[in-house]
Design a protein around this ligand. Structure first.
Ligand SMILES: Cc1cc2nc3c(=O)[nH]c(=O)nc-3n(C[C@H](O)[C@H](O)[C@H](O)COP(=O)(O)OP(=O)(O)OC[C@H]3O[C@@H](n4cnc5c(N)ncnc54)[C@H](O)[C@@H]3O)c2cc1C
Length: 444
């Protein structure tokens, strides 16, 4: 080990953080999980990433890669292994009016802040502190998803350090198999040190939430889904139900909306059908910059756990799913549920163009348990019972909201044909499975 470490210290220009050092307490943890790694490496450039990957391969220690540190499964840290923390690779460079190069460790807040002065934006997620790397490599469902697709649909190319420590480019012309796999296959294939994105022109947007009484949930949910099916793609919307920060089971139904444009008349026409769904309790939709739409994100206090579970809903199953959720709401047994309208530009991308496997879904639903470990565990059987009732109508899982790392969980993310194709790419670029701390694709 000591000779590998000597080589690392010679080749690595960034910070090497070990237990006992002043920075270790913050370096050991992600937003959600506290680990106890032996080394946290903070590369300053791509050569440092190469040195870190070679050190990890030679040492035989487990390797975690950390982008923004928001992964629910906690892959961004470990016990006794190596963490490569990409946080310093956060440059955002506007190449021209349509293309942006973004460091693999940037967060979406950094991206939005850098692009807003150029009147540009990228379809991303809803939270500033979430990393570009983790979110993009497995999807990216945010406020422009119906208009521009997933975050990964805007990726035009990537610079990747592969398991042998080499730097390769992946795009439609160069290493197209790797380019395909990176768009949905997560961190399995290497460390993305920079993404090249197609950016989209943006103005200020209308954003806010329109709330309805919980008692009207059944009609509001169904009416919302019916409207979103054919709504203009400028509208993206998420329903929050039983929000624990707004009263839990008795919380009003919140319909969060973005209208992607600054034309008040067009926004009114597009959002009024939502306002007419029931008795509006509150409506705080206003015009703001896209950067201001993104939430800051929060680091839960120690001991607080977040346990999400997700599934996708095709059009024929929408009524049954929404009815089941409203019934659970009426009986006071519904957990915090977010229902995201997808479709639109997501559904226009051919199913085999990327490794993201849920193009046909109309909705994605996510339940999240939040609280101390004991509270989450106590509520878990009830949530599992709800998913059991939903199971004939819900399919798959969204890797970005997957806390489990079992083979069964991974099988819900990738249908067999997608998995086989990913495994072939994995065999080529990472035959020894160095990048295993992720929703893992086994090379064999
Ligand atoms: C508060 C919160 C809000 C969220 N909102 C949304 C949302 O609106 N939409 C949505 O789609 N998802 C959302 N998510 C889910 C989010 O996309 C995932 O948690 C994602 O994994 C976070 O990425 P990260 O880089 O911050 O996390 P990390 O934990 O750092 O990364 C997760 C994994 O991704 C891989 N990885 C990260 N960066 C790289 C890289 N540069 N190269 C190679 N591999 C890399 C590694 O395997 C790493 O372990 C949210 C999560 C949270 C906690």
């Amino acid at each position: 080990m000591s000779s590998f470490l000597e080589t690392l210290r010679r080749e690595f220009g960034g910070d090497i953080i070990e237990p006992g050092s002043a920075e270790y307490e913050t370096a050991r943890r992600t937003v959600l999980i506290v680990g106890s790694p032996a080394y946290v490496l903070r590369p300053k450039d791509v050569r440092d990433v190469q040195a870190g990957v070679r050190f990890a391969a030679a040492s035989g220690l487990a390797l975690s890669v950390r982008g923004g540190g928001h992964g629910f499964a906690g892959f961004g840290t470990n016990d006794g292994g190596i963490v490569i923390d990409l946080g310093a690779l956060a440059d955002v460079e506007v190449l021209d009016k349509e293309r942006v190069r973004i460091g693999g460790g940037a967060t979406w807040g950094q991206v939005a802040a850098a692009l807003t002065p150029h009147d540009l934006a990228i379809s991303s997620g809803d939270t500033k502190s979430v990393g570009v790397g983790g979110l993009t490599l497995t999807g990216g469902i945010g406020w422009k998803v119906r208009k521009y697709g997933l975050a990964l649909d805007s990726v035009a190319g990537a610079e990747v350090v592969t398991a042998d420590g080499e730097v390769v480019r992946a795009d439609a012309g160069e290493n197209p198999d790797l380019f395909w796999a990176l768009r949905g296959g997560g961190g399995n294939f290497g460390i993305v040190t920079a993404f090249e994105f197609a950016a989209h022109p943006t103005t200020e947007v209308f954003h806010g939430k329109i709330t309805f009484p919980a008692a009207e949930a059944a009609g509001v949910l169904q009416g919302w889904a019916d409207y979103m099916r054919t709504a203009p793609e400028d509208v993206t919307s998420v329903v929050s139900y039983a929000n624990p920060f707004a009263g839990g089971a008795t919380a009003p139904v919140e319909i969060h909306v973005v209208f992607d444009g600054d034309d008040a008349t067009a926004a009114g026409a597009a959002l009024d059908p939502i306002r007419r769904l029931g008795t509006v309790l509150d409506d705080d939709v206003t015009l703001k910059s896209y950067a201001a739409v993104l939430e800051d994100g929060l680091t839960p206090p120690p001991g607080i756990r977040l346990l999400p579970r997700s599934g996708f809903v095709d059009t024929p199953s929408v009524p049954a799913v929404l009815r089941t959720i409203a019934e659970a709401g009426a009986s006071g047994t519904v957990p915090f549920t977010a229902i995201r309208s997808v479709g639109g530009a997501v559904a226009r991308v051919p199913g085999d163009a990327t490794a993201y496997a849920h193009r046909r879904a109309e909705l994605m639903m996510v339940t999240t348990l939040v609280g101390p470990e004991a509270v989450v565990e106590a509520a878990r059987p009830g949530v599992e019972a709800l998913w059991q009732r939903l199971s004939p109508h819900v399919d798959g899982a969204y890797a970005n909201f997957l806390a489990a790392d079992s083979e069964e969980a991974v099988a819900a993310v990738y249908p067999p044909e997608t998995y086989r194709r990913l495994a072939a790419v994995k065999r080529h670029y990472d035959p020894a499975n160095l990048f295993a701390a992720n929703h893992n694709i086994h090379p064999q």
